[in-house]
Design a protein around this ligand. Structure first.
Ligand code: GLU
Length: 418
């Protein structure tokens, strides 16, 4: 097993590689590789038993040259300052890839949400929203869901911010519940852009999606929705996993039924209609056409990359491949469709939600999905154009080249002063 990659160093390497193709100078490169500021703070709350608990929380504001900082907040025991910094950079470049007028930000709290009651989680979330209050707002920094957070947490953040500010400002967060100003289609948006990217990827390879075999690592919101939508497009989802293990059936799984099973039992394992159970790693090396890593960073390192047997990887998670894995997959001719395109549906529909909040005029689901499809297909086409025109090593470099060019131009148009 290779040494665990630091995601922030991975981000810096991707930016450095693409910036070299664009001829970006050293002075600007430092800006493109580092966040503008990071809040790191204690949140101390009262537990249900009367005791106190302190957790560490972070918000990294990476870049706002193209618009307000934008990005989710995750709750996970492994959250670190460097992870949050990396994720905030990925957000800045992701927004630029899909040309959504935002910069990038990200937040995280180092905790295991399963160890806290709902009331405790609410107090932690409101404590974080209170810390964030001077730094965020609909025109400055806009949070959203990420790993282990969802509508519930966003509704609490919105309510805390609005109460403290004495106003209504639904655009301060996205991914809210519908009654709190959320958008139709937002819950499914990340999985939908994964499906659209996969569909376009196979179209580009001149292979119909019909009958393509798919393995999905991670069965949270992004992975489960992508699996269901790919199933609807005619692909065969043959294996899915979560942190407890994997289920595999060469004849295809019913993606929706596995999701129901996970909802009832808490895991995908034990699903009775699967032919066999595998380890999570076993899923990543299955002989399938399409592999979708939809869990956390560093799922595939250089050792595993040697064993991957899929032809195509579409990244639903942020940063699931290490840079060393990328190099091996290029050599092995495995096509990787990067996170900053494939999972950008989430932030794209967050943008639609924010636009609706500002106009106080709401769209139906069909309009949301149609506009999302246009954004993802246009971005896909642009990456392919740049990839072919400049003969780049992979689509990740093409994505960063497109994104960095946009960020650099925005910065240049603003000028530097004094
Ligand atoms: N957390 C999601 C991501 O990593 C969504 C971010 C957003 O909607 O702002 O892209």
């Amino acid at each position: 097993m290779a040494e665990e990659a630091n995601p922030f160093e991975s981000l810096q390497e991707y930016v450095g590689d693409a910036a070299a193709y664009l001829g970006v100078g050293e002075g600007l490169l430092t800006r493109l590789q580092n966040p503008e500021r990071v809040l790191e703070t204690n949140l101390t709350i009262e537990l249900d038993d009367g005791g106190l608990e302190t957790v560490r929380a972070y918000r990294s504001q990476f870049n706002d040259d193209r618009g307000p900082y934008k990005g989710g907040i995750r709750y996970h025991p492994d959250v670190t300052r460097d992870e949050v910094k990396a994720l905030s950079g990925w957000m800045a470049y992701k927004c630029a890839v899909v040309d959504v007028p935002y910069g990038g930000g990200k937040g995280g709290i180092a905790l295991d949400p399963r160890s806290f009651s709902t009331g405790e989680l609410e107090r932690i979330t409101r404590a974080f929203a209170t810390e964030l209050r001077p730094l965020v707002g609909p025109d400055t920094d806009i949070a959203a869901p990420d790993v282990n957070t969802g509508q519930r947490e966003m509704n609490w953040i919105k309510d805390t911010y609005e109460t403290l500010e004495g106003t209504t400002a639904p655009g301060v967060v996205t991914g809210k519940g519908i009654e709190s100003g959320g958008s139709e289609g937002r819950l499914e948006a990340t999985g939908r852009s994964v499906m659209l990217t996969a569909r376009e990827a196979f179209r580009y390879r001149e292979t119909p999606l019909d009958g393509v075999t798919v393995a999905v690592q991670g069965y949270g919101n992004a992975g489960a929705v992508a699996a269901r939508l790919l199933d609807e497009e005619g692909a065969d989802v043959v294996a899915v996993s979560d942190s407890t293990g994997a289920v595999h059936d060469p004849d295809g799984l019913d993606a929706q039924m596995v999701k129901e099973h996970k909802k009832e039992t808490g895991s995908v394992t034990g699903y009775v209609d699967a032919a066999e159970e595998l380890t999570g790693e076993g899923l990543l090396t299955l002989d399938v056409d399409l592999l979708i890593p939809a869990a956390l960073e560093n799922a595939i390192d250089e050792t595993l990359a040697e064993e991957v047997r899929a032809d195509v990887i579409v990244e639903a998670a942020n940063g699931p491949l290490t840079p060393a894995a990328d190099d091996i997959l290029i050599e092995r001719d495995v096509s990787v469709f990067p996170d900053v395109l494939a999972n950008a549906g989430g932030v794209t529909v967050s943008y639609f939600e924010w636009v609706q909040n500002r106009q106080r005029f709401y769209w139906d689901e069909r309009r949301v999905n149609d506009e999302l499809e246009t954004v993802i297909v246009d971005a896909f086409d642009r990456l392919i154009e740049v990839f072919e025109e400049y003969d780049l090593p992979n689509l990740r470099t093409a994505a960063y080249a497109v994104a960095i060019d946009r960020v650099v131009n925005a910065h240049a148009e603003g000028g530097t002063w004094p």
